[in-house]
Design a protein. Structure first.
Length: 436
């Protein structure tokens, strides 16, 4: 006997993946007569009304993303016996599965995939959405040769369960891809996703995890010790990985758009922007590396944020302004055009096609951004302020002022917990990976 339709329109056809947090089904949308993927989350991970509402809210935020690399979300069932997300069906396999079977990718292929994902994340970050679980298992390589990023809207929905289970030694998600701030239950910002991009590029180039630790404590110790040795990786790409894996989020690239532009430059034969991303302490860092001012090592209360953040921001932003301006000029000189979402374009022979790069961010304006950050800090906690700073750095002054006003209003209305409208996920989504 067939199971009842999900939301009165989606018929489950075949289970195609199962993991620790969900199972994925090929399904049929009987109203539109099209194939879809249905990701059913294990009910015990969303046991109460608050967690179900969070899933619905995150699904709405992720559904608002429109980028050729982002796997689209069509619908959500937060009230059913099995909470579920209905999304675009992608025929293919995950990068994680490919690496397990075939080993490392050729360098240009690995860089093209990472650049695709970085551009998709930059699109999401500009709209206030953070993935939180960037890893090879959530990067899909479709049968038509394109890169796709899946599972926005899941990891944050499972945040309460993750916190509860972590206290007992269980981790929701993939341990080796977790950033230092996630392991420490610290503030999550767009730069958290940059850590995941470092993991993706390292694994794609080597076939190995950057830190093969077996426990959260061991992983945290390895991360604190600095980037892994990368003798077999081309120096510019090693610099990118080292920057993304920086223990302090402030030492990572300014935003995903800057990272994508540097990778596109490397593909075009110019390694200089990638080398310039190296953290000062990295062996790959050039002698004139851009200095970055690290934030305080301990969390500070909002009042303390107001007193120290403007000075710290000015110091960091002045240093990064020149690099950002160079990236803008280079990015506008590139013209990487790729196929649309499953409609046009023919994949190249063996290489993953790229999508048109997201326009580079507006150069950081050291004169006006610190003041806006200070305004946000007066009304918001440290996490909300850090997230707002990263997003505003990608905007023009007028856009950033409007954004700062909206963030401040949100903080006045309620206590913003861990950022606004964040999405993410575990597993492959559309025939995902086995590391859920």
């Amino acid at each position: 006997m067939d199971e009842p339709l999900i939301l009165d329109r989606y018929r489950l056809i075949e289970r195609i993946a199962i993991g620790g947090s969900a199972e994925v089904w090929r399904a049929l949308d009987v109203q539109l007569d099209r194939a879809v993927a249905v990701k059913r989350l294990h009910p015990h991970l969303l046991p109460d009304e608050a967690s179900r509402k969070r899933l619905a809210a995150e699904a709405r935020a992720a559904a608002g993303l429109a980028h050729p690399v982002v796997v689209g979300i069509y619908d959500a069932d937060a009230a059913g016996e099995w909470p579920a997300l209905v999304m675009e069906l992608v025929d293919g396999e995950s990068l994680g599965t490919r690496l397990q079977r075939d080993g490392p990718l050729e360098a240009r292929h690995a860089v093209a995939i990472t650049a695709d994902v970085a551009e998709a994340l930059f699109h999401a970050h500009q709209r206030g959405v953070i993935h939180r679980d960037v890893k090879p298992g959530n990067v899909l390589l479709s049968d038509d040769g394109r890169t796709r990023l899946v599972d926005f809207g899941i990891a944050h929905s499972l945040a309460a369960s993750a916190e509860r289970l972590t206290l007992t030694g269980t981790v929701i998600g993939t341990l080796h891809a977790m950033s230092p701030e996630q392991l420490a239950a610290g503030p999550i910002t767009p730069r958290t996703d940059l850590y995941g991009l470092g993991v993706v590029l390292h694994e794609a180039l080597t076939g190995r995890q950057p830190y093969p630790a077996s426990s959260p404590v061991a992983l945290a110790d390895a991360q604190r010790a600095g980037p892994p040795a990368m003798p077999d990786i081309e120096p510019a790409l090693a610099a990118v990985i080292a920057a993304c894996l920086s223990y302090d989020p402030a030492d990572r690239p300014l935003h995903a758009g800057a990272l994508a532009a540097a990778l596109r430059d490397w593909l075009a034969g110019d390694p200089a922007p990638a080398l310039a991303l190296a953290p000062v302490s990295s062996p790959s860092a050039p002698t004139e590396a851009v200095p970055v001012v690290a934030p305080p090592s301990r969390p500070v209360e909002p009042a303390a944020v107001r007193s120290i953040r403007p000075a710290a921001s000015r110091s960091r932003l002045v240093a990064l302004a020149a690099l950002a301006a160079v990236l803008v000029l280079v990015a506008f000189g590139l013209a990487y055009l790729g196929p649309g979402i499953g409609r046009t374009g023919t994949p190249g022979s063996g290489a993953t096609p790229t999508v048109a790069p997201t326009p580079a961010a507006t150069p950081v304006a050291a004169e006006w951004l610190p003041g806006l950050v200070e305004d946000v800090a007066r009304r918001c906690d440290q996490e909300a302020t850090s997230e707002a700073e990263a997003v505003m750095a990608t905007m023009s002054e007028e856009e950033a002022r409007d954004y700062a006003d909206e963030v401040a209003k949100d903080c006045r209305r309620d206590d913003r917990g861990n950022g606004n409208g964040n999405g993410n996920g575990n597993g492959r989504g559309n025939g995902g990976d086995d590391d859920d």
